[in-house]
Write a protein that binds this ligand. Structure first.
Ligand code: PMP
Length: 433
């Protein structure tokens, strides 16, 4: 019998990390790993940071936890102001949570309450993409487009309308412009068939995450979705759980595209692996409508506690102080060039896509037909195991559903320097030969 009482996932016994510093971790056998995926794309500032530890200790010395209905919470107010500032005031209200799933869940529930408050209770459906990943709670899972995760729960989730987003790698339209136009036209048809006045919101990751291997959207597509939402009177929710807080080279990925959401969920990088912190950012009038109708009927015990918010604030301030966004842009260019060189060398690297320090590499059996490897080959797991042998951590997944295949994400900490970026690429190349 397995001696451990933990049950996360079946798999071999894993080594334990004894210490970590910057972009490196060492396990209890002394092996060193370069963190090419920031843990779960969360340890954005690397490990062992004195400034974050000092800020957390200072807050711990004052008070770790107070409850939001009983006391004012200065770190929460300060972090909320900082986040609003990062959107240049486009999203003026903040609701704290402790995870990405909770942030998405909160967005869905706020959207629903908004329409109930406005006398449009028939707006109770959501539209989202397949493939996509929005979280593991039942609401967030309901808008997730990823069959293996959905399968046991399809009859008890909210079951959103799933539509295809653009696929710039596999489409067979005449060019990208016509592809986006066709995808938008198909989306319009699907919404018309479902009944536009039943839709509360469209939920999107502005750059696909682990479920798609960083599948990209583009400005024309996002502008088209924004226009559809405006035309049909529903909200646009962006899931920036993974892309938010600098991962793509902007504070939020939507800022690359000039398309503003009504609600935005973020998490992972906000606590940067030091503490769980997530946030829902919202347009002020949406929040005011809900608050005027009796308040938001939602909340979690640990959400926005002083220690969480002091950590998030220390993360944002460190990033501002150190100009981390310009590092993301510079290192992102190096990573892109290196990954594309690997693509030129290895024919089974079908596609390299991404932005900033969020890169997806898709592996194919045939680069001409773009046919994925048969599932039983488990290439996604094999390449990650080979990389680990070379002392490199990457984030492997397979998109089933016949929509793509094996891929992995390369998402190092946003503070990685040029030498370690080169080292990452060297280790990856050694794993691939
Ligand atoms: N949305 C996206 C885009 C994510 O990548 C994730 C986490 N992988 C989530 C939501 C859920 O976040 P969490 O695991 O913190 O609940």
């Amino acid at each position: 019998m397995d001696p451990s009482p933990l049950f996360y996932q079946a798999g071999p016994a894993l080594p334990e990390i004894s210490h970590a510093q910057g972009v490196y971790l060492w396990d209890d056998t002394g092996r060193q790993y370069l963190d090419g995926c920031s843990g779960a794309i969360s340890c954005n500032l690397g490990h062992g940071r004195d400034d974050i530890r000092d800020a957390m200790l200072a807050q711990l010395d004052r008070v770790a936890f107070t409850y939001r209905t009983q006391f004012e919470n200065a770190p929460a107010v300060a972090l909320a102001k900082a986040l609003v500032g990062l959107t240049h005031g486009q999203l003026e209200k903040v609701f704290f949570v402790s995870s990405g799933s909770e942030a998405v869940e909160s967005a869905l529930k706020l959207a629903r309450q908004y329409f109930v408050a406005r006398g449009e209770p028939q707006r109770r459906r959501f539209v989202s993409l397949r493939p996509s990943y929005h979280g593991s709670t039942l609401g967030a899972l309901g808008v997730t487009g990823y069959h293996p995760l959905e399968a046991p729960f399809t009859d008890i989730t909210i079951g959103s309308l799933k539509v295809a987003g653009p696929d710039f790698y596999r489409h067979t339209d005449a060019d990208d412009t016509r592809h986006v136009a066709r995808v938008l036209a198909d989306t319009r048809t699907a919404i018309e068939a479902a009944g536009p006045d039943t839709i509360a919101a469209f939920v999107l990751e502005p750059v696909g995450g682990a479920s798609t291997g960083a599948r990209m959207l583009d400005r024309a597509y996002l502008e088209g979705i924004r226009a559809l939402c405006d035309e049909y009177g529903c909200l646009l929710i962006l899931d920036e759980v993974l892309t938010g807080i600098g991962r793509t080279g902007a504070w939020f990925a939507y800022q690359h595209y000039g398309v503003t959401p009504d609600l935005l969920a973020t998490a992972k990088g906000l606590g940067a692996g030091y503490y769980p912190v997530g946030a829902l950012l919202a347009r002020a009038d949406i929040v005011e409508t809900v608050m005027a109708s009796g308040g938001f009927q939602h909340g979690h015990t640990y959400a926005g506690n002083p220690l969480a918010c002091a950590t998030g604030l220390a993360v944002v301030e460190a990033m501002q102080r150190e100009g981390v966004l310009s590092n993301v842009a510079a290192r992102g260019r190096e990573l892109e060039a290196g990954l594309k060189a690997l693509q030129a060398r290895f024919p089974w690297v079908g596609d390299v896509r991404g932005m900033g320090l969020l890169w997806g590499v898709e592996l194919v059996a045939d680069p001409v037909t773009k046919a994925p490897f048969p599932a039983e080959h488990n290439y996604f797991a094999r390449i990650a195991a080979l990389a680990k042998e070379e002392g490199l951590l990457i984030y492997p997944r397979r998109t089933l559903d016949g929509l793509a295949g094996d891929h992995f994400l390369v998402t190092p900490p946003l503070i990685i320097d040029a030498a370690d970026t080169a080292e990452l690429l060297d280790r990856l190349e050694r794993a691939m030969v």
